[in-house]
Ligand binder design. Structure first.
Ligand code: PEP
Ligand code: MN
Length: 364
């Protein structure tokens, strides 16, 4: 075959490509129109019977050289991408993404700005055990100019025989302390049925690592107008973490914060492996406030200060630390919680480092 002949045939192929391009886009536009009409009428867009009819018609008219299976395969792809066209915009540009919203989300609670200019320290016991126990921590918060108090009322424990938390009684204690000391309270909720109830007791609802992909819980959290702190799952990728947050936003609640809390790796020296790079990554990819839980990620008192510094240094909006008046007798996480004096030393060191200023100092 001469070169001229090849060139001439290629020219024809190019022309057909362009025709095909026009045709598949024309087809897509029509499918979109049908889709819009179906949506108006409340009919499901996917219609397998109609697809079967179209495939049969194509095969009936197929004169080759493609065999029938190839034709079915090719057109099935065209059907699929046309059907997906409507959802593309939503799928490509997530509500949590910077692409969707370039400015940082700032969540205001009782005068505290999560995701604002000032980094935040979230501190408190692993579990709410009694009014007196939480009160001791709260009094220290006030002395130190801290405004955000955590404490678990529903504890997702590895063993069913371990302390499961005080439940509503724990929430009541947090409510009382929050009111008495003007503190923002954070506590984990584990059941979708308790989300609505929790809004009456606590200021921020935490969704814990073990529930990061509890989709019914995420949807329930998305249906209330209340701040949510979502923690990264034990073995969740960043993508899965982002999609979990998207679940909440997709239901309407935009007040979502993320918390890196370490992931499971082969390393045994720490309880989990703190993925510090997750912080700048999540800040880049999403517009949500990002926190670092140094207690559950390291599980080591001696690493709380350096990892907290690291968290602030890479741009976290805040750090979470567990503090207990008497960790040795704590009903959960006894080994890794710090005493109030130890906690105060960490706060002093953070202040000295200049990476953190107490919430109260910022107002002055
Ligand atoms: C907690 O913060 O109380 C907790 C249980 O943490 P995580 O869900 O990250 O394990
Ligand atoms: Mn804990």
């Amino acid at each position: 075959m001469s070169q001229e002949k090849i060139d001439a045939l290629r020219k024809q192929v190019d022309e057909i490509n362009l025709q095909l391009l026009q045709l598949i886009n024309r087809r897509a536009a029509l499918v979109q129109e049908i889709g819009n009409e179906k949506e108006k009428q409340g009919i499901n867009r996917f219609d397998p019977e109609r697809e079967r009819e179209m495939l049969n018609l194509l095969v009936e008219h197929n004169e080759g050289p493609f065999n029938d299976n190839t034709i079915r395969h090719l057109f099935k792809q065209i059907f699929k991408v046309s059907l997906e066209l409507q959802d593309d915009e939503k799928k490509r540009v997530l509500l949590v993404s910077r692409q969707k919203k370039s400015e940082d989300t700032v969540i205001q609670v009782k005068g505290v700005e999560f995701g604002g200019k000032a980094p935040i320290l979230i501190a408190g016991p692993c579990s709410v055990e009694s009014y007196e126990q939480v009160k001791e921590v709260a009094e220290n918060h006030v002395k130190r100019g801290l405004r955000v108090l955590r404490g678990g009322a529903y504890k997702p424990r590895t063993s069913p025989y371990d302390f499961q938390g005080l439940g509503v009684e724990g929430l009541e204690i947090l409510k009382r302390i929050g009111d008495e000391y003007n503190l923002v309270t954070i506590s984990e909720i584990v059941s979708p049925n308790d989300i609505e109830l929790a809004t009456q007791y606590i200021d921020v609802i935490q969704i814990g690592a073990r529930n990061m992909q509890n989709f019914e819980l995420l949807k329930a959290a998305g249906r209330v107008n209340h701040p949510i702190l979502l923690k990264r799952g034990l073995s969740a990728t960043i993508e899965e973490f982002i999609y979990a947050a998207e679940y909440i936003l997709s239901e309407g609640n935009t007040q979502v914060m993320l918390c890196e809390r370490g992931i499971r790796t082969y390393e045994k020296a720490t309880r989990n492996t703190l993925d510090i790079s997750a912080v700048p990554l999540l800040k880049q990819e999403t517009h949500l406030p990002v926190f670092v839980d140094v207690t559950h990620s390291t599980g080591r008192r001696d690493l709380l200060l350096p990892t907290a510094k690291a968290g602030f240094a890479v741009g976290a909006d805040g750090v979470m630390i567990e503090v207990h008046p008497d960790p040795d007798v704590a009903l959960s996480d006894a080994k890794q919680q710090v005493t109030i004096p130890q906690f105060n030393e960490i706060v002093d060191e953070l202040l000295k480092s200049g990476l953190y200023k107490t919430e109260a100092l910022l107002g002055k």
